[in-house]
Design a binder for this molecule. Structure first.
Ligand code: PNS
Length: 158
């Protein structure tokens, strides 16, 4: 059994995340999408709301499950027999940050990090940008699943 993890904040999930998750699901036996519980940073959506959204938009992917974690990602990997961390690389600007994390995670635990090149269609995409555009009434269609766009609009209205 080859189990990998796609970690992140997912506040909320975007089409860029979904692209990486679905491609990872084709390559590995099981993919855990692990949402970080970050007590220092309040998100637009609660962790449980993000998990619910992720479950709904990945329901067609039978080998994907969604979970949450706090503390070190490598501890989660050890506890859940995860072989590798899968990360999407959007652009060179992601590389320094991601490389350092990958090297530290490997040093701490021996857990590998596998980088997937983001589909160029999504290379400009991040949850923060989607939230910002939606907040000021911009068009976010195609940047996240329709369900997420609806929930985002509702949350920003309230
Ligand atoms: O979507 P994000 O916010 O860029 O995801 C970042 C995430 C969750 C992958 C990263 O912050 C993380 O792994 N946090 C857990 C804490 C940890 O293990 N820190 C050491 C990294 S070297």
């Amino acid at each position: 059994m080859h189990r990998v993890v796609c970690p992140g904040s997912y506040d909320p999930v975007t089409n860029g995340h979904l692209d990486i998750i679905s491609r990872a699901a084709r390559l590995h036996d099981e993919v855990i999408v692990a949402v970080l519980i970050n007590i220092e940073k309040k998100g637009l959506f609660t962790v449980d709301e993000r998990i619910d959204m992720l479950r709904r938009v990945t329901e067609d992917l039978p080998n994907v499950r969604v979970d949450k974690f706090h503390g070190l990602l490598v501890d989660y990997c050890r506890e859940h027999e995860v072989t590798a961390i899968v990360k999407g690389l959007r652009a060179v600007s992601d590389f320094d940050y991601e490389l350092q994390q990958a090297q530290l995670n490997y040093r701490m635990s021996g857990v590998e990090t596998l980088f997937m090149a983001t589909n160029p269609e999504h290379s400009f995409l991040s949850s923060s940008r989607v939230k910002e555009i939606a907040k000021y009434g911009g068009d976010v269609s195609g940047l996240a699943p329709d369900l997420i766009i609806e929930l985002l609009a509702q949350r920003l209205k309230s």
